[in-house]
Design a protein around this ligand. Structure first.
Ligand code: BEZ
Length: 248
């Protein structure tokens, strides 16, 4: 999926605003940090302001261009964490917010992170937990099935138990791992759910005719309203997994 960097920065800015809480897990003294899936660079910049030496990587060229434009003094590289180039080097901390659930090969992800961490290097990350945006995903799947369209979910939303096993298998010691509900208000009032769907399910919606898409979104709004509409905005049923682990 190619990201719309401008919308990410405005309509969907909750992505990095919520990520700010993760920064509290960073050590106080300056560290060399790799920000994996840095998007438009807001959290990368906040870490630099805290005194860390940060390299932001993202596989999206739109995101990297926007990040470089916003923060010209910082280092941003277009890189795929599953296929890193030789220029990446070693870090004290691998940091990532709202990215790992897009990655299907979690073993390779953790192996590559471990290879680019110094001894005792730290992994600090947060991403979707099991049951993340469940109501939205179920409603979307139901609508697509009614149109006869198959729906393969690209996401890896995992649990504390399963991810702990994976971390330990890949030679990380878990300092903290927790799963929590994070109901997330969407911007845009009545059209907030549509805007969210259009950002994150652009590829699937792009396969439909205008009529099909309009009907699908209207049906989703009708079905989800009792659960996710809160007086004047939509609230997505996010669940998060937060991890602080050390490379052994
Ligand atoms: C998330 O950040 O949790 C998310 C992103 C896209 C689709 C679903 C969930």
């Amino acid at each position: 999926m190619e990201w719309d960097a401008k919308k990410y920065n405005t309509t969907h800015d909750f992505i990095f605003k919520y990520g700010a809480g993760l920064l509290e897990l960073l050590p106080k003294e300056p560290k060399k940090v790799l920000d994996i899936g840095c998007g438009t660079g807001e959290l990368t910049n906040q870490m630099a302001e805290l005194g860390h030496v940060v390299t932001g990587i993202d596989q999206s060229v739109n995101m990297i261009n926007q990040a470089k434009e916003s923060y010209p003094d910082l280092t941003f590289l277009q890189e795929d964490i599953l296929n890193l180039s030789d220029q990446i080097g070693l870090y004290d901390i691998a940091f990532s917010n709202a990215v790992f659930h897009w990655i299907s090969d979690q073993e390779l992800l953790l192996k590559n992170i471990s290879e680019h961490l110094n001894p005792n290097g730290q992994l600090i990350c947060e991403f979707g937990a099991v049951g993340n945006v469940q109501a939205i995903r179920e409603a979307f799947g139901r609508e697509l099935r009614m149109l006869g369209v198959s729906f393969e979910e690209p996401f890896c939303f995992t649990s504390v138990e399963d991810y702990r096993v994976l971390l330990e298998k890949n030679h990380f010691e878990v300092v903290e791992i927790l799963e929590y509900e994070r109901p997330t208000p969407l911007k845009g009032g009545e059209s907030g759910l549509r805007a969210w769907m259009e950002q994150f399910y652009a590829a699937e919606l792009g396969e439909l005719t205008d009529d099909q898409k309009e009907k699908l979104l209207a049906n989703m709004e009708r079905d989800l309203k009792p659960k996710l509409w809160k007086e004047d905005h939509w609230e997505a049923d996010y669940r998060r997994l937060r991890i602080n682990a050390v490379k052994l």
